[in-house]
Design a protein around this ligand. Structure first.
Ligand SMILES: [Fe+2]
Ligand SMILES: [Fe+2]
Length: 137
């Protein structure tokens, strides 16, 4: 396993504590998966982390999307489309490797690291001004 762990940096911050904490938790879960992959995991170990990741991602997207509605965020449709795109990619990976959870996990880590960092730095940064205007901190 050559993938390095994700390290939180303040450049990833959206300046809203609740959202930063959720993003950090996603980093942690991905790191747990990376760690697991270096230690000859069983399929069921890997399955349970993947399941946790998928559930947490749903929860996180919902948090953001609920704020988009509440604040009538101007780019909400584009942002929600990015979340849906992510869900489709994830489902594709899961079905592609459904016979082999370990390979799935390796592919997943690569995909998640790229996607998450990119999404944090680009899409999530765009709502910062709107969220702050509405009093989130
Ligand atoms: Fe997002
Ligand atoms: Fe996010």
């Amino acid at each position: 396993m050559t993938t390095s762990k994700l390290e939180w940096d303040k450049k990833y911050s959206v300046g809203v504590q609740q959202i930063d904490n959720q993003h950090k938790k996603m980093f942690d879960t991905i790191n747990r998966l990376i760690e697991l992959l270096t230690s000859k995991p069983t399929q069921s170990d890997v399955d349970s982390i993947i399941k946790a990741l998928v559930e947490y991602k749903q929860f996180h997207f919902k948090t953001e999307e609920d704020y988009f509605e509440k604040f009538n965020y101007e780019h909400k449709e584009e942002h929600k489309a990015k979340h849906r795109e992510f869900n489709v990619k994830l489902e594709t990976l899961v079905s592609l490797y459904k016979e082999d959870t370990i390979s799935l996990a390796f592919n997943l880590v690569n995909f998640l690291e790229d996607w998450l960092i990119d999404h944090l730095m680009v899409e999530d940064q765009k709502y910062v001004a709107c969220f702050k205007e509405h009093g989130l901190k």
